[in-house]
Design a binder for this molecule. Structure first.
Ligand code: GLN
Length: 499
């Protein structure tokens, strides 16, 4: 296998799929190329925390044995699974010690697949293993992972963003053709922006969350991190749709996203929300986004100034709602239902409560504990009205901002993040500065609308900058089309880090 072409792992899904279907490349060679790349560079990145290479190669051999021309677009395409998805027979730990090496030193191994994992498997995609994430997807840097932080392939002293930082770093470094992610307040878009990859946050409910460990159930979404908008369309087509196992997935038809990419920007109205180009935006990010806006104008779009006046409340609202739901969702990790301690001896406790205390205080990291405590406080009698109910009201106002804007324009363009990738350790002592990283991504999450992040330039230090395209609910096709059209006239997404 040493002779495998090392450039194969750098292919897009579209190109790899074409080669697989015309029979000019084998799934085994493509898979081996990704494995070789992981073995060569992941010691520098720490993006891949669980490797299922034998299983992947077996699956690739089976695909190669099937007739090439009849294969589905994802058949034989290797990918990484964010460690928050349950994958049957594979340790799925949410990068938390509470699920890692728990009872008698064993990881949590789910007896079932998440719906996304199952659909990808049915489509013939090949999971190479699991990618790193912030613990229980809480964070913007992967620094809260119990496996240690992932590194940004463009500069390994910097974070790759989070929480889907392992997925984004792996795709940026060509360790994988694509990866799955989850986005609650920005966890697909922000790492995509910081690593020069393309990531899609879908409309709330567009993709089933069944089998994905919940953080903030009223905001969590599932989506792909890829090398291009076209690839995001191909993955979305395979994973979107109604799922009887997730009551939040409506019965909205799944269009052929990849067949709708060749639209035109002519006559489209694009809104520039003035609140996003405000103080605090890094000048190089501002310049790159302005250049992207000009590119859309050149493609025939009309640029319209719009206002989303409640943007300034987004982060505060999110950091009430999220901890409240965290405090409830994470109650199940008590050592009895899920999770455990590395000690097999439970008899030392005097009571069940003492046992819960030992499991939870030993298993959860600092950020998770912080959110459980804040959420428990905010939901308690006397505070519920002051915090939770107020936050819900503001969420409605944020949604109203978007609804009104989309009566005037087709899409919105904004930066994805206020800054390029920051240095590892620079924000860990002050959680609020970390929370502010999501200032541009949280509003679309609160409104439940789809948004794509794609590369639109580099800082003078050589760090990628992300552009965010936001669309109305269930208009992923329009968002992806606009992203694809931009990628046809620019080459930011084709740049590769040197490792
Ligand atoms: N960074 C945000 C947080 O810490 C968003 C995380 C996410 O989208 N999963 O909660």
């Amino acid at each position: 296998m040493g002779a495998t072409d090392p450039t194969l792992s750098g292919l897009t899904i579209a190109e790899a799929s074409r080669r697989l279907r015309e029979g000019s490349m084998k799934a085994v060679d493509l898979t081996q190329s990704c494995i070789n790349r992981i073995e060569a560079v992941d010691a520098q990145l720490n993006a891949v925390i669980c490797k299922t290479f034998d299983r992947a190669l077996d699956q690739a051999k089976k695909i190669d044995a099937s007739p090439a021309t009849t294969r589905a677009p994802l058949a034989g395409i290797p990918y990484l699974t964010k460690d928050i998805f349950c994958e049957e027979g594979v340790p799925s730990t949410a990068a938390s010690n509470v699920l890692r090496g728990g009872l008698h030193g064993k990881d949590y191994i789910p007896p079932f697949d998440s719906t996304t994992t199952r659909k990808l498997k049915e489509a013939g995609a090949i999971s190479l293993g699991h990618s790193n994430t912030d613990e229980f997807v809480m964070g913007s840097s992967t620094e809260s992972s119990c496996y240690g932080t992932s590194k940004n392939p463009w500069d390994t002293t910097r974070v790759p963003g989070g929480s889907s930082g392992g997925s984004a770093a792996a795709v940026a470094a060509d360790e994988s053709i694509f990866a799955t992610g989850t986005d609650t307040g920005g966890s697909i878009r922000q790492p995509a922006a910081l690593t020069g990859t393309t990531g899609l946050k879908v409309t709330y409910g567009r993709v089933s969350r069944y089998g994905v460990i919940a953080m903030t159930s009223s905001l969590d979404t599932i989506g792909p991190i890829c090398k291009t908008a076209e690839d995001c369309a191909i993955v979305l087509e395979a994973i979107a749709g109604r799922d009887p196992l997730d009551a939040t997935t409506p019965d909205v038809a799944v269009p052929s996203y990849s067949g709708l990419l060749e639209g035109s920007m002519k006559g489209m109205k694009i809104g520039l929300p003035r609140e996003y180009m405000a103080d605090g935006l890094h000048p190089e990010v501002e310049a790159a986004v302005k250049a992207a806006v000009k590119a859309y104008e050149d493609m025939g779009a009309t640029i319209v100034d719009v206002s989303l006046p409640h943007t300034k409340y987004g982060v505060a609202t999110y950091y009430v709602l999220c901890p409240c739901e965290v405090s409830s969702n994470l109650a199940r990790f008590d050592g009895v239902r899920y999770g455990s301690t590395s000690s097999p001896h439970v008899s030392q406790e005097q009571s069940l409560v003492e046992y819960y205390e030992r499991v939870r205080s030993g298993g959860f990291g600092a950020e998770v504990k912080r959110r459980i405590m804040i959420g428990t406080h905010a939901l308690s009698a006397g505070y519920y009205e002051a915090y939770y109910r107020q936050a819900q009201k503001i969420r409605t106002l944020v949604l109203k901002d978007f609804t009104e804007a989309f009566q005037k324009v087709d899409l919105l363009l904004t930066p994805t993040t206020p800054n390029p990738a920051f240095t590892i350790g620079s924000k860990t002592s002050d959680p609020v500065t970390m929370y502010m990283e999501d200032v541009c991504t949280i509003p679309a999450s609160l409104a439940g609308v789809p948004a794509l992040s794609l590369p639109c330039g580099f800082s003078k230090d050589g760090l990628p900058i992300g552009l965010q395209i936001i669309g109305p609910a269930f208009e992923e096709a329009k968002v992806l089309m606009a992203g694809h059209q931009y990628q046809k006239i620019t080459d930011w997404h084709t740049k590769k880090p040197t490792l």
